[in-house]
Structure formats: structure tokens, C-alpha cells
Design a protein around this ligand. Structure first.
Ligand code: AMP
Ligand code: MG
Length: 424
């Protein structure tokens, strides 16, 4: 028995382990124990690296900024020339503009006209803002009260040569790509994409493009999964619909596990309904079946099939999305080399209408967050919350997360919300 199989076995003997009422946090904790990130890397042109996981620290080859420079439009002066009291007239010896520095040496009693970003001329150590001088022809008159070194940006102040600019494990966002380019670096090493194979199970399913017979429905889970996985930057392998047939399922599980790092299925994990999936997975790998104490998304299977991680998501379209965001997302990020992986942030908002909720399970209701004229955020549900109503996810811009012990929620109460979109 391999190590992960043994871990799963040991786990099922633990005192607080109840596969029929698995708390959300416990399930997350168990899954996290099994995640070994990919190690293979590839070098990419900077632009192509957007959204990928950085596989090495990016070390700055230069000082940022490269030179001492001005933070203001004004005059670069030698502080020693200024007066403690009264004013002094200095001769303007030249200019230092961004990209066009002042050449030559500055004599006592001279200053240089300088613009923001202009390199500090040799000998100058202080900037006097243009609003604080009286300028006439090639002379400026400067009053008292200035501080030595004011309005300067020092060389290396943002980043020194040899300093780590970005740490291995971050998911590269536009700001990071810009930062790397500001160091003159045009290529980076990233982890290879995680390969994720997925298929839908169910005799009732037909794919878009076919004509459903009576009692048949279109498969939507493969489309939402494709979208969610693509957004996470995974390489996706869509294996279609697989009938509730042990032979076909066995082949699909084997093919998927040999082709991918992660296998995701939807449907067929409800206890009783498709016991042959359980029997099959006992044979092919080490998989645990849980009834998670949550709504929606109760049945969930997790384990290993060979080297591949397996997530058996429920069949209902909303449950697929909720379990994906609450369990699979973080796991895929970890497997893809991201470090640290922060949970999707939550905050509190005022609930504008009563919410129905029974204690005993964590609920992920679909909500719409809106801001009122006074700037306060309030949230309401999207309407009917059935786990088959995908429109509730489509209309939502947040999950309303109601903790296990929570009962009905009175209007005006604060509830925890988790926004579905990020800006960067
Ligand atoms: P199951 O867990 O297989 O019993 O599925 C639960 C419910 O989700 C059933 O009503 C299924 O018809 C529905 N369902 C399962 N898979 C899909 C799918 N890929 N697309 C849309 N609905 C599905
Ligand atoms: Mg089914």
C-alpha cells in the first residue's frame, strides 16, 4: 500500500472522522494533506507568463530606481547653499529632465532645473519644489525652512540589486509582469500547467448538439467545469459524457488517471445511487466518499487513482460549482505550485431580507451584493436556492456563507459573503 492509501486508511479510524457528516473545514484539511505540487518547469516569454505560477524567485539585477532622482518638479540644490534664515539667490546652471540628465559639475551658488524623475546632478542633495521659489531669467530665489534630502527618491529605494522582487509560488498578475519588465527581464521560469481531465456521468445526459429524448437533459457540468478550470489556468482534457455503466466508467477512470494530474467527475457519487462507482474506485484507487455537512454539495468523493488526484463532485449543477470553489480550487492551486494559497476572501454585509436556514450544515446561498446611496453594502438571495437551479449561480455575484449552527437569518443581520469576481 502506498503512503497516501495508508493515510486515507488511518484517517478513517480517527475519532472525529464521520464520512456521513463531514464538516467543510475537516474535508479541506484532509485533502490538503495529500497535495504534492508539480515540479516540472518551463521558461516563457514574459507576456505568456500571465496567470502562471512563478517557479523561481525573481532577483533584481539592478537598483530601482537606478539613480537618485527627483520626486517633484523644481530645482536640485546643494543644501549647504541655502540659508537658515532669509533667502538666497542661486544661478540656474542647466536642466535635468527625465531621461536627459544634467551633464557636468555644479559649482557653489548654482542649482539645476529638474523635473520629476530627473537624475540628481553631481553635488546636489536636495530638491526645492518649483512652487517654493521665485524664478527670474537664470536665477531663482529660495527662502528658508527646507530640509536636507527633501523630495528625493534614492537609488535602490524600491528594490536593491540582488534583492528578491517576486517570490517563487506567486500567480503572476499584470502588476507582476510589469514589475519583472521594469527589471529588464524578458523571460521567466514557471511551473508547467496542471493537467485536469474531467467527464460527466449519467444515463440521462446528452451533449449540446444532440437531440434529448424524453427524460434526457443537456449536460451543463462539463461546460461550467471547463470554464472554472480554464480560469484557474489548467490544461483541460474534456472526456465527454460517460454512461452509468461499470465497464465504461472503469475505462474512463483509467484513461483519465493515466492522462492527467487530476481527475474530476460530476454525478454518481450519491450514496446508494451508484454504488458501483464506489466499488470501482475501491478497485482502481484509494477514494473516500463523504457526505459533507453543507448545502448544496453534500456528496463528495476524494482520493487517488494511481498518481492522479480524484474529485468526485455531486451531479447537481450548483453543487458542482460550490464544491469546486470550496474544495477543488485551493487544491488545484496548491498542486500547480502556488504558494501560499490564500482562501477566497470573505467579509460581512447586511442581509436585506430574511434567509431560511436550518442549523446543522454550512450553507452557501447565492447572493447579490449591492451598494446603497450611503455607500453601505447589503446582500439578498437570488431567489429559489435549489441545487439544480444554475440560474441562481449565473445571477449571483457572491456566496452568502451561513455557518453550521446558524438558524434563520433576520433582516438587517450581518452575514458572511464571498465575492465571486476579482479585479486582477
Ligand atoms: P447524480 O448525483 O448523478 O444523481 O445527479 C444529481 C442530479 O444532477 C440529477 O438530477 C442529474 O440529472 C443532475 N446532473 C448530473 N449530471 C449533470 C450534468 N452533467 N449536467 C446537468 N445536470 C446533471
Ligand atoms: Mg447520475
Amino acid at each position: 500500500m502506498n503512503e497516501s492509501a495508508q493515510n486515507l486508511r488511518e484517517l478513517s479510524c480517527a475519532d472525529d472522522y464521520d464520512p456521513n457528516s463531514m464538516p467543510v473545514s475537516k474535508a479541506r484539511e484532509v485533502i490538503a494533506r495529500f497535495l504534492a505540487p508539480v515540479t516540472a518547469t518551463e521558461r516563457l516569454n514574459l507576456r505568456a507568463a500571465l496567470g502562471r505560477v512563478l517557479a523561481e524567485d525573481v532577483v533584481s539585477p539592478l537598483n530601482v530606481p537606478a539613480n537618485d532622482n527627483s520626486a517633484m518638479d523644481g530645482y536640485a540644490v546643494r543644501f549647504a547653499d541655502l540659508k537658515g534664515e532669509g533667502s538666497v539667490a542661486l544661478k540656474v546652471a542647466g536642466t535635468s529632465f527625465a531621461g536627459v540628465p544634467f551633464q557636468g559639475a555644479l559649482k557653489a551658488g548654482e542649482c539645476v532645473r529638474i523635473m520629476t524623475g530627473g537624475v540628481m546632478p553631481n553635488g546636489t542633495d536636495t530638491i526645492v519644489m518649483q512652487e517654493h521659489v521665485k524664478a527670474e531669467q537664470d536665477r531663482v530665489t529660495i527662502g528658508a525652512g527646507h530640509k536636507k534630502g527633501q523630495h528625493l527618491r534614492r537609488a535602490g529605494e524600491d528594490l536593491g540589486t540582488g534583492q528578491v522582487a517576486l517570490k517563487r509560488g506567486i500567480v503572476l498578475r499584470p502588476a507582476d509582469i510589469g514589475l519583472i519588465s521594469s527589471l529588464g527581464i524578458g523571460e521567466v521560469s514557471v511551473y508547467r500547467k496542471l493537467r485536469v481531465a474531467f467527464f460527466s456521468t449519467g444515463d440521462e445526459l446528452v451533449s449540446v448538439g444532440s437531440q434529448p429524448k424524453e427524460g434526457q437533459i443537456f449536460d451543463s457540468n462539463r461546460y461550467t467545469l471547463h470554464g472554472m478550470l480554464s480560469r484557474l489556468g489548467c490544461e483541460v482534457l474534456d472526456m465527454g459524457v460517460v454512461r452509468d455503466d461499470p465497464m465504461l466508467l472503469e475505462k474512463a477512470f483509467k484513461d483519465a488517471a493515466s492522462a492527467a494530474d487530476v481527475v474530476i467527475t460530476s454525478g454518481g457519487v450519491s450514496v446508494g445511487e451508484a454504488d458501483f462507482v464506489k466499488v470501482l474506485l475501491d478497485k482502481l484507487g484509494e477514494v473516500v466518499f463523504w457526505k459533507i455537512a453543507m448545502k448544496p454539495g453534500r456528496p463528495l468523493a476524494y482520493g487517488k487513482i494511481g498518481h492522479a488526484h480524484f474529485f468526485g463532485l455531486p451531479g447537481n449543477p450548483v453543487s458542482v460549482m460550490v464544491t469546486f470553489y470550496q474544495f477543488v480550487r485551493d487544491a488545484l492551486l496548491v498542486l500547480g505550485g502556488a504558494n501560499p494559497v490564500e482562501p477566497i476572501p470573505t467579509f460581512t454585509a447586511t442581509c436585506s431580507a430574511r434567509l431560511k436556514k436550518a442549523p446543522g450544515r454550512t450553507e452557501f446561498q447565492r447572493g447579490i451584493l449591492t451598494q446603497d446611496a450611503a455607500g453601505n453594502w447589503s446582500v439578498r438571495v437570488t431567489g429559489e436556492q435549489g441545487s439544480g437551479i444554475l440560474r441562481s449561480m449565473s445571477e449571483a455575484n457572491c456566496f452568502i456563507i451561513l455557518p453550521t449552527d446558524q438558524g434563520n437569518v433576520a433582516p438587517g443581520s450581518l452575514v458572511e459573503v464571498q465575492v465571486l469576481e476579482g479585479i486582477v
